[in-house]
Design a protein around this ligand. Structure first.
Ligand code: PLP
Length: 272
C-alpha cells in the first residue's frame, strides 16, 4: 500500500565524523521529529569528542547542485544551514535558495565548535550577514556568534533585547538569541520579530556533554516548520526537543559527548 508522503526538511551543513553535531545531528533530529531528512554537504570535518583536527570544503557549485537537485524533485518543506565554511559556499547557497524560493529558511550562523575550532573562514562573515541573513526566516546565533556578527556583547538577560535588535537590523524575519551561556538557574532564550517578543525559559542542565546542541535546536525547529507549525510554535517545539536531548546527553570518547538525539525514540528491545 502506498504511504502518504511525510514532511521533508533539508540541512545544508558540514559532516561531523563523530556523529554528534553537523548534518549527522540534523538528520537524527529530523528522524526523531518524524520528518524525511535530506542533506546538502558543505564540508567534511575530521572530528571526534576532542575536537576538529581538519576539514575539507566541498566545491561551491556542488553545494548549490545538491540543493537544487532535492528542491526541484523531492520538495523541501523547510531548510536550515549549519557549518558553511567559506564565502564562496555561502554566496552559492544564497543564489540558489533565493532563486528557488526555499522557505522557511533557518540560518544557524555556526562560526566555531565548542572546543573553539573554527568552522567558518573569517572573511565569510560579511557575505553571511549581507547575503544569507536577509533570506532567513529565523537566525539562531549563540552569544559568541552574536558578538562576532554584530559586535553586541551580551553579559546579562537585560542585554538580550539589544542583541536581537542588532540581528534584526541585518534582515532576518525572526531572531532567536540563545542565552544558554549566561549564568543563572534557567537557560533563557529570546525570540522576536521586532513586534512580538517571547521569552523561552528552560531549566539549566549541568553537563559537559552538549556537543551538537545548537545544531539540534535549529534542526528540531526546522522539522517543526516542515510539519507546518508557525514560527513561534516551531521554536518552542525545537527548544523542548533540545532540552530533552541535553537531559539525555551521554559521555563518548575522552572529550565532550553528544546530546541524545534519540531520547524520544523508544528502546528497540521494547519494540519486539
Ligand atoms: N562540527 C560541525 C560540522 C558543526 O556543524 C558544528 C556545529 O554546528 C560543530 C562541529 C560544533 O558543535 P558543538 O559546538 O556543539 O561542539
Amino acid at each position: 500500500m502506498t504511504q502518504p508522503v511525510p514532511p521533508r526538511a533539508l540541512t545544508i551543513a558540514g559532516s561531523d565524523s563523530g556523529g554528534g553535531a553537523g548534518l549527522q545531528a540534523d538528520l537524527k533530529t529530523f528522524l526523531a521529529c518524524g520528518v524525511h531528512g535530506m542533506s546538502a554537504v558543505t564540508a567534511v570535518t575530521v572530528q571526534n569528542s576532542l575536537g576538529v583536527s581538519e576539514f575539507h570544503e566541498i566545491p561551491a557549485h556542488l553545494v548549490a547542485a545538491q540543493i537544487e537537485s532535492v528542491v526541484t524533485d523531492i520538495g523541501v518543506g523547510a531548510a536550515k544551514t549549519g557549518m558553511l565554511a567559506s564565502a564562496e559556499i555561502i554566496a552559492a547557497i544564497a543564489d540558489t535558495v533565493e532563486r528557488l524560493g526555499v522557505t522557511p529558511f533557518v540560518v544557524d550562523p555556526v562560526a566555531a565548535s565548542q572546543h573553539g575550532d573554527p568552522l567558518l573562514r573569517p572573511d565569510a562573515l560579511d557575505v553571511l550577514t549581507r547575503r544569507l541573513f536577509p533570506l532567513a526566516t529565523l537566525v539562531t546565533p549563540n552569544l559568541g556568534e552574536i558578538k562576532l556578527l554584530t559586535g553586541v556583547e551580551v553579559r546579562s538577560r537585560a542585554d538580550l533585547r539589544a542583541a536581537a535588535d542588532a540581528l534584526l537590523a541585518l534582515g532576518p524575519r525572526w531572531a532567536l538569541v540563545k542565552g544558554g551561556h549566561l549564568d543563572g538557574p534557567e537557560s533563557v532564550d529570546l525570540l522576536t520579530d521586532g513586534n512580538t517578543e517571547i521569552e523561552l525559559p528552560a531549566p539549566r542542565i549541568t553537563t559537559d556533554h552538549t556537543h551538537g546542541s545548537g545544531d539540534t535546536l535549529a534542526s528540531a525547529t526546522t522539522a517543526a516548520l516542515a510539519r507546518g507549525y508557525d514560527l513561534p510554535a516551531a521554536v518552542a517545539l525545537g527548544k523542548r526537543f533540545v532540552t530533552g536531548a541535553v537531559a539525555h546527553s551521554f559521555p563518548l570518547g575522552a572529550g565532550l559527548g553528544p546530546v541524545g538525539h534519540f531520547w524520544r525514540i523508544r528502546d528497540w528491545p521494547e519494540e519486539t
